[in-house]
Ligand binder design. Structure first.
Ligand code: GDP
Ligand code: MG
Length: 436
């Protein structure tokens, strides 16, 4: 019972707790992240509703670490939405036949090469690449270049204009020459058209592949969903390949496609090079889509360290324009209590990686503290009285220079102004200005 009481008190005190309002706020942020990542609106909304129900069902509000639990709920649900487990590919059959489908430029030819290379090195298979894109001579050539690069044979019939025949001949060739995987690269158009669909459907029917993969450019966002639907309707494909997930594509197309056609995403392409291929991991994609970093623990840590009483006093002072250097010193100490600067920066999404190799000086505050300590109490509450001779005295007392003292005074002045703006409801405006 005392355990329960403890928990209840913990929440009541408002320490590190997530309130119902916070759950809603958090989910709003999650929904925004999903929409930013190109997840369609309906899916995003359904998703956040599900998470909300689960959160309430699990009494998130009364657990000791509601923030962590919330994050876990969101991640787990998102992972589930993308298929949960990693899906493998079917390599049964002698040879096993893999058919590539997708629009022109989606990355079929590149991925065919990557997959051949992957199977060759990782699974010790002997793959054969087949050029069934017969419309552009350059396409056949492109596959040969890829094949040369990875040391995999490419089957092509430059004079033959019948992709069904070529594919069938290639499989016969594979059987005779000991290839155990046949990867058939096909032609795509820039948009879905009937001729293309019929052609690939005919190839599909004739060779009856173990795996039909639908290749889609992750950057196409919402369009990807419609394309996936059309191809699935004709081919009932087995899996999806998401290409061009390098760069800052968030990969929200993954969720939309999965929820619309209900086929697993099996591989991702992360670059133009032949080794830029990865098995799809739903949990990792969830992290990527959310891009939340470790925000929640940052917030919780801040809350733990920050004495609410102090905060209230501070707010009053700012409102009355009484914020002085003593309060400033106090703030610095609060920040320092939260841990090393490097740790803190690491928890900010995006910043962690960018600043990984930058040396962040934990002593950055030392000079500032020394200067403030050298001020008289009156100077601290009324910084405007600090004239030239006072500056000289403070500088020599703190082992700094007049220039450094000036700099701090200037920073302090700016900060006070900003605080006043925030108080006056100008906070949003200021945040926008800072964001620019
Ligand atoms: P296809 O028309 O479907 O055969 O597409 P291609 O394989 O020819 O690829 C079209 C373009 O996308 C080429 O310039 C490729 O180099 C590029 N590409 C393919 N996959 C990736 C990928 O994962 N990342 C990046 N950055 N580029 C890719
Ligand atoms: Mg191609």
């Amino acid at each position: 019972l005392s355990d329960k009481l403890d928990k209840a008190l913990h929440v009541l005190k408002g320490h590190g707790s997530i309130t119902e309002v916070n759950v809603a706020e958090t989910l709003k942020e999650v929904r925004r992240a999903l929409l930013d990542a190109d997840v369609n609106f309906k899916t995003a909304k359904e998703f956040t509703n599900t998470v909300k129900e689960k959160a309430l069902g699990q009494n998130v509000l009364t657990t000791l670490q509601p923030g962590q639990l919330m994050v876990k709920l969101v991640k787990d649900e998102l992972t589930e939405l993308m298929g949960g487990e990693t899906a493998g590919i079917n390599l049964s059959g002698t040879p096993s036949v893999i058919l590539m489908s997708g629009l022109q430029g989606s990355g079929k030819t590149t991925f065919s090469g990557k997959l051949a290379n992957y199977l060759k090195t990782k699974k010790t298979k002997k793959p054969l690449l087949v050029a069934c894109d017969i419309y552009r001579p350059a396409a056949i050539n492109q596959l040969h270049v890829v094949g040369d690069q990875i040391g995999v044979e490419v089957y092509s019939e430059p004079e033959n204009k019948n992709p069904v025949q070529i594919a069938q001949n290639a499989i016969a060739h594979a059987k005779q020459n000991g290839f155990n995987v046949v990867i058939v690269d096909t032609a795509g158009r820039l948009a879905i058209d009937e001729a293309m669909m019929t052609e690939i459907a005919n190839v599909h029917k004739a060779i009856n592949p173990q795996e039909t993969l639908f290749v889609v450019d992750a950057m196409t966002g919402q369009d990807a969903v419609n394309t996936a639907k059309a191809f699935n309707h004709r081919l009932n494909f087995d899996g999806v390949v998401l290409t061009k997930l390098d760069g800052d594509t968030r990969g929200g197309a993954a969720i939309s496609i999965k929820s619309v056609v209900d086929k697993p995403i099996k591989f991702i392409g992360t670059g133009e090079k032949m080794d830029a291929i990865d098995v799809f991991h739903p949990a990792r994609m969830a992290d990527r889509i959310l891009g939340m970093g470790d925000v929640v623990s940052l917030v919780e840590r801040a809350q733990e360290q920050f004495d609410e009483e102090e905060a209230r006093k501070l707010q009053k002072k700012i409102a009355k324009n009484q914020f002085g250097f003593d309060d400033f010193l106090n703030q610095i100490q609060q920040v320092k209590k939260m841990g090393s600067m490097k740790d803190l920066v690491g928890m900010i999404p995006g910043a962690g990686k960018a600043l990984k190799d930058v040396d962040i000086d934990d002593d950055a505050f030392k000079g500032i503290e020394a200067i403030i300590h050298s001020m008289t109490p009156k100077e601290r509450t009324e910084p405007t009285i600090i004239n030239g001779s006072r500056k000289k005295r403070i500088a020599s007392g703190s082992g700094t220079s007049v220039q450094q003292v000036n700099q701090l005074l200037k920073q302090f002045d700016q900060m006070s102004k900003m605080m006043k703006m925030m108080q006056g409801g100008g906070g949003r405006k200021m945040m926008q200005a800072m964001g620019r």
